[in-house]
Design a protein around this ligand. Structure first.
Ligand code: SF4
Length: 349
């Protein structure tokens, strides 16, 4: 494994020289694959996020041979609040047309192709691709609730429980987009640095390759302040879990840690928690700053807390002082790496 470095972890995509593979509902790419022969082109996906994503577009309904145009389908349940998997995908006009099994089988068949993607963008409200809140119907055609998940999306959720997923429409919101990018960058970094998919650096003959447990700990350590910015209590609980669980089989432990990291990052980072994480970072640098510099940094963090300055202003100043510290802990903090707003992928806040 390569050393986990701040610059390589989150910012490997900074110059957009390396694109991250992402699955996407094909109609979002502008391809006319919808039931009515249309598409739902998302410029956010094809013009903005395509700077750092390389897409794997799939249309499950076309892939199972339904054709274009085709008769519309919807989710059928036998009662309100039925469990999410107790659905069938049937024709709106003819409930005898049941494509539940083919959609699930198709999802299972593309798993090898999707094992390499580091995120998935689904089209909302689709009985195949919708990720949340899909309308469900009774056999008499009446809508009963909006508790559904598209059958294809649901199957992938089960196969890849930690894979960052989001809906096309929600990516128009800058904060939700930033959260998705943060999760994708982290998930990608995990596979590159913990699962060893990054290009190996030459290892000296007398150097032993690091154990997987040390890679997991290194990853958690590098993400610690970013995680704190998302949820302090859960981050500390993860630290305790890591300290107490070294006897677990390593793959089991790594799976659990990855799941917890992805769960914490899916929570919105509040200004209050971010301020706290920035204060921690500043604390690591304070011994290398003079009185005026310390005061300036403290004031800037306070301005950020009050909403008068963007996060990037604080990060820029912290990075300016970073070279003064000889400590790898603070150099490796992903919190201090390029944030999506600085990459031009979201608005500053
Ligand atoms: S939502 Fe999914 S199934 Fe429907 S057209 Fe788009 S890609 Fe195809």
């Amino acid at each position: 494994m390569n050393d986990f470095s701040l610059h390589e972890a989150n910012a490997s995509n900074m110059n957009f020289t390396r694109k991250i593979p992402i699955g996407i509902s094909q109609c979002a790419m502008g391809d006319p694959v919808r039931f009515n022969g249309g598409h739902k082109h998302s410029k956010v996906c094809t013009q903005l996020l395509s700077q750092c994503f390389e897409y794997v577009p799939l249309c499950p309904e076309v892939a199972i041979g339904m054709g274009v145009p085709r008769k519309p389908i919807h989710l059928l349940v036998d009662k309100a609040s039925a469990p999410v998997d107790a659905v069938r995908v049937v024709g709106v006009e003819d409930a005898g047309v049941d494509v539940t099994a083919p959609l699930r089988e198709y999802a299972d068949s593309v798993v090898p192709e999707l094992a390499g993607v580091r995120g998935y963008i689904f089209m909302q409200n689709s009985p195949s691709c919708g990720l949340r809140g899909v309308r469900r119907y009774l056999s008499n055609g009446h809508g009963i609730d909006s508790e559904g998940i598209g059958v294809f999306a649901r199957r992938l959720q089960q196969r890849f429980p930690h894979l960052p997923m989001e809906e096309v429409g929600r990516l128009n919101n800058s904060e939700l987009r930033e959260n998705f990018l943060t999760r994708v960058f982290a998930y990608d970094a995990w596979f590159r640095y913990v699962e060893g998919e990054a290009e190996e650096k030459p290892v000296q003959e007398d150097q032993k390759p690091p154990s997987k447990i040390s890679q997991v700990i290194q990853f958690y350590t590098a993400y610690k302040y970013l995680l704190l910015a998302h949820h302090q209590e859960k981050t500390r609980a993860l630290g305790r879990f890591l300290a107490d669980s070294k006897a677990l089989p390593i793959d089991e432990l790594a799976f659990e840690v990855r799941g917890r990291i992805m769960e914490i990052l899916s929570l919105p980072a509040s200004r209050k928690d971010r301020t706290n994480a920035l204060m921690h970072s500043a604390g690591h640098l304070s011994e290398f700053l003079d009185k005026r510099e310390k005061a300036e940094l403290k004031d800037l963090i306070e301005e950020y807390r009050l909403g008068h300055k963007p996060l990037s202003a604080v990060l820029t100043l912290l990075r300016h002082y970073l070279p003064r510290s000889p400590h790898s802990f603070i150099h490796n903090q992903v919190l201090l790496a390029a944030e999506p707003a600085e990459l031009g992928l979201c608005d500053f806040h």
